[in-house]
Each structure stands twice: as C-alpha cells, then as structure tokens.
Design a protein around this ligand. Sequence first.
Ligand code: CMP
Length: 137
Amino acid sequence: ATEETLVLVKPDGVARGLTGTILARIEAKGYALVDIRLVEPDRDLLAEHYAEHEGKPFYEPLLEFMLSGPSVAIRLAGNRVIEGFRSLAGTTDPTTAAPGTIRGDFGRDWGLKVQQNLVHGSDSPESAARELGIWFD
Ligand code: CMP
C-alpha cells in the first residue's frame, strides 16, 4: 500500500547546492513529492526529531550541525517509499555508503564530530508519522 516518509536534505546538502541533484534522483525513482518546504529549525524542533539520540556523544554536534543552515523537508509518497528512499540514500556513514547512493556518491568524512550525510529518511511507518508531524504540521 502507499505510504509516506519524511525526507530531509540536511544543511550540508543545501549548502553544497545538491538539493536539485537529490530531488532529481528521488523523482527519477518515481516517488511523488506531496509537499516540500525550506525549514530553519529551532532547537526545540530538533530535540523532538532527535529525541532517541539524546545523551549520545554526537548529539550536541548533531544539533549544532542541523542548526547551521536551512534544510529542505519533503513529504514523499509511494509504495514502500520508506525502505525505497533509505536504499537510495545509502548507509549512515558516507565514507562506506555504496557508490550509486546519495551518501556514497556525494558524502565523505570531513573530520567532524558528527557525520554530515546529506539526507535523512524516516526508518519506519511510526517514525514517518511522528517526523512528518514535527516538520510539516
Ligand atoms: P540520521 O540518520 O539522519 O540521524 C542521526 C544522525 O546522527 C545521523 O543521520 C548522522 O548525521 C549522525 N550520526 C549517527 N551516528 C553517528 C556517529 N556514530 N557519529 C557521528 N554522527 C552520527
């Protein structure tokens, strides 16, 4: 059945001018853009979005990174779009993400405390519903 997911082009992707390239890959795969907006999140929004990572060593650097500039939030729809987008994105660590994926082709280790990995995609239907509520409603 059709489902929805939250995709973010994170600040590194926006700053590097990769938004169009990333959107082109999503559209070429055939998923439907339901809604899209440029967001400058505040700390409260990010604390909610990243609640599960609170207390981890990369939590503060992650929030600082996500506060460093706007992200593009996308409501994306299609059959199995949650796993489909995560496959397009590649694994979390951009150094070893497979070539052909967004992270594998455009990301790398910049020697920072947080992995700047260009995109986010919800990891389950429950996360998608929660995260879409945070970024869109
Ligand atoms: P994302 O999957 O969108 O959400 C959590 C983010 O934290 C992840 O992307 C990375 O940007 C970052 N992250 C996850 N694991 C690590 C790690 N081990 N070290 C540094 N950053 C991480």
